[in-house]
Design a protein around this ligand. Sequence first.
Ligand SMILES: [Zn+2]
Length: 153
Amino acid sequence: MYSCSNCNSDVSSDQTHCTKCGAKLIWKGAETNDSTKDAKRQLVGITIITILGILIYGAIWIASVADSIMFGEIGYFFAYTLLFGGILAIHIMGLIGLVKRKRYAVVLSRIVLVLSGGLIWLIMLWPRLSNPIVHAYLNYKPEKYPKGVIDID
Ligand SMILES: [Zn+2]
């Protein structure tokens, strides 16, 4: 899908260097349709985990708050609200960041993956958040990926 501008051999979006000529690959990132599509594809799993996290932590928050009100434990009410409300806020901000392509989505998505408690998708999805094309898409450290250095076709 992509080719090295130096030697024209095929490269994939998770490579930092061309395997054939060793040239450093600098991705134009969000500027072309293909790289945007690729970045979106890379972020599908993380987006699903974030939405599931909102539903699950939301349910836990409502249940724990309802429980503490029923038993008149006002201290627990505030503790649960602070804890699960905070976790919910991280998820919601993360989702907004993914949709609006904000650079803070990279950090928040990493926290979401840790909070998800799933080692398998943590291992699976963590590298996607380090993918140069995802970084370019989310405007994360864009100075590392100046435009027009490599042609993506
Ligand atoms: Zn090359």
